[in-house]
Design a protein around this ligand. Structure first.
Ligand code: UDX
Ligand code: UDX
Length: 464
């Protein structure tokens, strides 16, 4: 089966970069990315390629190379579905905010809407691929909808979870550790669909790194991978608190531990807490699924990873207040970094949002600088929490376009994202412009403590 037309529903952090790379590597395939959000599609089509809605190193070059040739962005979802041989579903699946499973289960309403739309429009056989991270056995539900509401056409459902990390999406897509494809591998038609997708990835990825499994293993592997990664961060963050009271240094501990080849050195960086669209959501999903099967011990085990992460964010903020003589009311605090990690403009679940919220509850005044996040996004993140009115957020929080401006006349600076540019700021100049004692809280262990203390800062890093 040779694929000529691909449609991807959802032009987000996953759909956008993934389709751009497929288009680049497979010039003979026409790739159309569709989204119901007109504004987002407009930005993807902006003549100035630097204005595409997602910031990822290297992405704009690929879009420049492929857009208008074999990569297209459109809001005409029906037409793209109809023409495609293969449809990726890459819409968001946020944690439910209502009803059963509120705060835990994945909200699958967008996925279901996509399935119903495909069923309504499709006139010939399609391969439908779950790219969104989904609870285990969602593919079965998708198939049920497609088979029972469709125009009698045949569907093969594949699970192809995305393992790219934001900030390194292009690199991860070009050189993935592995690609995972789940399908109905017991049947000939299922295997044919799996192979069609294998062939696409095999254009640039060695075949031995393309794994095929049954659909459920594939779906569960994604949740498991994210749970294991997040667990490592929560594990090292738990140790960071112990380091602070015992005089150990968490980076030294991480280095010593990571040298053990059975453990490995990655994902052992202590921080103010993990964020991003996946870790929390996927673990909550795992917890919810486990509980729904009555596996309470399994659920409790994984839930602890989230509890530890919430604790880390809260204790970082609480420590700031306590250190600043138990009050930050009316004090100006500069927050450097709002994104959930460096090299992305994504702020979903970013620790910065929660730290800022805590400080605002203590009546601090906040000035934020992030190299890639917009003012509008920062206010919308705070408003979303609903802790206070939008007006109050806009009064108490100012967003500026340089680190130096944010730090001027501040009582304290908090580093909440590990942007490279923060390392080489003129810290002496910043110190001179701040109130004294000048407090510097490093939530990312980004800065050299010795040089900052020499300048005169009251310096605090997580895990020291
Ligand atoms: C992805 C995955 O799909 C999600 O499951 C994973 O856990 C996190 O990453 P992401 O690409 O980051 O999501 O989400 P987002 O940037 O929000 O993009 C989703 C897009 O889908 C949005 O632009 C939204 O407008 C679009 N969408 C949503 C549709 O086009 N149709 C819908 O019905 C719903
Ligand atoms: C993650 C997975 O890595 C990826 O495979 C999956 O497809 C989606 O979820 P992402 O959320 O984009 O990717 O970023 P990741 O690099 O995993 O970072 C997640 C969070 O953990 C960030 O807030 C990051 O700052 C934090 N983190 C990561 C740490 O605090 N310490 C670490 O050592 C590593």
């Amino acid at each position: 089966m040779k694929i000529k037309n691909i449609c991807c529903i959802g032009a987000g952090y996953v759909g956008g970069p993934t389709m751009a790379v497929i288009a680049q590597k497979c010039p003979e395939i026409k790739v159309t990315v569709v989204d119901i959000n007109e504004n987002r599609i407009k930005k993807w089509n902006d003549p100035d390629v630097e204005k595409i809605p997602i910031y990822e190193p290297g992405l704009s070059d690929i879009v420049k190379e492929t857009r208008g040739k074999n990569l297209f962005f459109s809001t005409d979802v029906d037409q793209a579905i109809e023409k495609a041989d293969m449809i990726f579903i890459s819409v968001n699946t946020p944690t439910k905010t209502y009803g059963i499973g509120k705060g835990m289960a994945a909200d699958l309403k967008y996925i279901e809407l996509c399935a119903r739309q495909i069923a309504r429009v499709a006139k010939d056989d399609k391969i439908v691929i779950e790219k969104s991270t989904l609870p285990v056995r969602t593919a079965a539900a998708l198939k049920n909808i497609l088979d029972n509401t469709g125009n009698g056409v045949k569907y093969q459902i594949l699970s192809n979870p995305e393992f790219l990390a934001e900030g390194t999406a292009v690199e991860d897509l070009l050189n993935p550790d592995r690609v995972l494809i789940g399908g109905d591998i017991e049947t000939e038609n299922g295997m044919e669909a799996v192979n069609a997708l294998v062939d696409i990835y095999a254009t640039w990825i060695p075949k031995e790194n393309i794994l095929t499994t049954n659909v459920w293993s594939s779906e569960l592997s994604k949740l498991t991978a994210n749970a294991f990664l997040a667990q490592r961060v929560s594990s090292i963050n738990a140790m960071s608190q112990l380091c602070e009271v015992t005089g150990a240094d968490v980076d030294e501990v991480a280095r010593a531990v990571g040298k053990d080849s059975r453990i490995g050195s990655k994902f052992l960086k202590s921080s103010v807490g993990f964020g991003g669209s996946c870790f929390q959501k996927d673990i909550l999903n795992l917890v919810y699924i486990s509980r729904s099967f009555g596996l309470n011990e399994v659920a409790d085990y994984w839930e602890q990873v989230i509890i530890m992460n919430d604790h880390q964010k809260r204790r970082f903020a609480a420590n700031m207040v306590q250190t600043m003589f138990n009050t930050v009311a009316g004090k100006k605090i500069a927050i450097l970094g709002w994104a959930f990690k460096k090299d992305t403009n994504d702020t979903r679940e970013s620790a910065a949002i929660y730290v800022a919220d805590y400080l605002l509850n203590e009546q601090a005044e906040i000035e934020v600088y992030d190299p890639k996040v917009t003012e509008e996004q920062i206010y919308s993140d705070l408003d979303y929490l609903g802790s206070r009115s939008g007006d109050v957020n806009r009064q108490a929080v100012t967003v500026v376009d340089s680190a130096l401006v944010a730090c001027e006349d501040a009582h304290a600076v908090a580093i909440l994202t590990e942007w490279d540019e923060f390392v080489n700021l003129d810290w002496k100049k910043i110190y001179d412009k701040m109130y004294k004692p000048a407090f510097l809280f490093d939530g990312r262990r980004l800065l050299n403590s010795k040089t900052k203390k020499e300048i005169g800062f009251d310096f605090y890093a997580i895990g020291n």
